[in-house]
Design a protein around this ligand. Structure first.
Ligand SMILES: C[S@@+](CC[C@H](N)C(=O)[O-])C[C@H]1O[C@@H](n2cnc3c(N)ncnc32)[C@H](O)[C@@H]1O
Length: 358
C-alpha cells in the first residue's frame, strides 16, 4: 500500500482551467493548448511549469498523470470517430506521457458516452491499452456534479488506472455528501434549443456547454422572480466550483468556454482523493456498468447507492441582476418551439412574451 506523507508529484494534462486537480497538491506541470487557460493556471498553480501541445511534451518523472482528454470524437453530439479521431485519439498521448513519466497511476475523465460508444469496444480499447502499459487495475465511475452540492447536472466518467489495486478501487468509496441548503425557486434551460428539448430544469442548470465552433458562448438561461436571462460567466464558473476571482482579466467568451470544458472542482478532487487508497467494494464479476473495475482482464460491475442531488440554483445566482433575454432571443426561441411542437412551461412562455418575443 502506498502512503503519501508528502504531496503527490503529478502532471496535469489537458488542464483547461484546472478542474481535475488534487485538493492539497499542486501539479509539477500543466499542459494545455488554449493560451487563454494559461493565465488562470498560472494564478491557481503558480509553481507549475506551463506547456502547450501535449504531443511535444517531454515529461519529468511523476507519480501520477491526470487529464480529461478531448471528448469531441466520443460524445453523442459529435461524429463518434472514437479513439481513431484526431482529438479523442489524444488519449494515447496521455498514455505515452504516463509511461515516460514512470507514473504508477493515471486519473482520467471523459463523457459517459465513452462507455457505450461502438457497442463498448472503444472503452474496452481504453482498458486494454492502460493494462498493456502496466496500469493493470482500472476503476471507473460516472459522477454527477449535483451529487457534490453544485446545482449543475454534469455527468462524466472518471477513471483511476493504477499499478496498485487499492488506489484504483478507492474511486468506489462513498461520496462525501453535502448540505442541501434552502434556496429560492430558480429554473434553467437551453435558450438556443427549441428544435431539440430545452431541458427545462427546476433548481439546477443542465450541463454547461463549450459554445459554438466559432467560440460564441451559449450559456443556459435562468428563470426566477419574473426574470429570464442568460447565466453570466462568473455564475457558470461557480456552477463548476471555481472562484471567479481567478479569472479576472480573462475575456468573458473564454471564461464561458473554460466553464463549459471543465471538470467540476469538487468532483475532480474526489477522483484525486482515490490516491489515499480508502476502502471500497471490489465489484461483481462478469458485468459492466456505469461503475466498475477492470482487473486481470476481467470487467466487474460495482453498485452504488443513488446519491442526493443539489437543487440549490436559486442560492447560487445573482438575484439582483434583472437583465432580460433580448427580444430577438425570446422571439427565436418561441418560433423554434412553435415549429417543433416541443413543450414550453407556461411560466416561461409568459416571460418570453414579456421579454418581447413574437
Ligand atoms: C475536456 S477539456 C479538459 C478540461 C479540464 N479538465 C478542466 O477541468 O478545465 C480538454 C482540454 O484539452 C485541451 N487540448 C486539446 N488539444 C490539446 C493538445 N494537443 N495539447 C494540450 N491540450 C490540448 C483543450 O484546449 C481543452 O482545454
Amino acid at each position: 500500500m502506498i502512503a503519501y506523507d508528502a504531496p503527490v508529484k503529478y502532471l496535469s494534462l489537458f488542464s483547461g482551467a484546472g478542474g481535475l486537480e488534487g485538493a492539497s497538491a499542486s501539479p509539477l506541470a500543466c499542459c494545455e493548448i488554449d493560451p487563454d487557460c494559461h493565465a488562470v493556471l498560472a494564478r491557481r498553480f503558480p509553481r507549475a511549469a506551463l506547456h502547450a501541445d501535449v504531443r511535444e511534451l517531454k515529461p519529468p518523472r511523476a507519480d501520477v498523470v491526470a487529464g480529461g482528454w478531448p471528448c469531441q470524437d466520443l460524445s453523442v453530439a459529435g461524429l463518434r470517430r472514437g479513439l481513431a479521431g484526431e482529438r479523442s485519439g489524444l488519449f494515447f498521448e496521455l498514455l505515452r506521457v504516463a509511461r515516460e513519466a514512470g507514473a504508477h497511476t493515471v486519473i482520467a475523465e471523459n463523457v459517459p458516452n465513452l462507455l457505450a460508444l461502438h457497442g463498448g469496444t472503444a472503452f474496452r480499447l481504453v482498458l486494454e491499452a492502460l493494462a498493456a502499459d502496466g496500469f493493470a487495475y482500472v476503476a471507473w465511475r460516472v459522477l454527477d456534479a449535483r451529487a457534490f452540492g453544485l446545482p449543475h447536472q454534469r455527468r462524466r466518467v472518471f477513471l483511476v488506472a493504477s499499478r496498485h489495486y487499492e488506489l484504483a478501487r478507492a474511486l468506489h468509496r462513498p461520496l462525501p455528501g453535502f448540505d442541501q441548503v434552502d434556496a429560492p425557486a430558480c429554473a434553467a434551460f437551453y435558450w438556443t434549443a427549441g428544435i431539440q428539448s430545452i431541458c427545462y430544469s427546476q433548481g439546477f442548470v443542465p450541463a454547461l456547454k463549450v459554445g459554438s465552433s466559432l467560440s460564441i458562448p451559449s450559456p443556459p438561461a435562468l428563470v426566477f422572480d419574473g426574470v429570464v436571462r442568460k447565466a453570466r460567466a462568473d455564475e457558470c464558473l461557480r456552477l463548476q466550483g471555481f472562484e471567479p476571482g481567478d479569472f479576472v482579466g480573462v475575456k468573458a467568451a473564454a471564461q464561458y468556454r473554460m466553464a463549459g470544458n471543465a471538470v467540476a472542482v469538487p468532483v475532480g478532487r474526489f477522483a484525486f482523493g482515490s490516491l489515499d487508497g480508502a476502502a471500497a467494494p471490489d465489484g461483481v464479476a462478469g458485468k459492466a456498468g456505469p461503475a466498475g473495475i477492470f482487473a486481470g482482464g476481467e470487467v466487474r460491475r460495482v453498485e452504488h447507492p443513488v446519491p442526493a442531488l443539489a437543487n440549490t440554483l436559486g442560492a447560487l445566482i445573482d438575484r439582483d441582476d434583472r437583465s432580460m433575454l433580448s427580444p430577438r432571443a425570446a422571439n427565436g426561441l418561441l418560433t423554434r418551439l412553435a415549429r417543433s411542437g416541443k413543450p414550453c412551461p407556461p411560466e416561461l412562455r409568459a416571460l418570453l412574451l414579456a421579454a418581447g418575443g413574437l
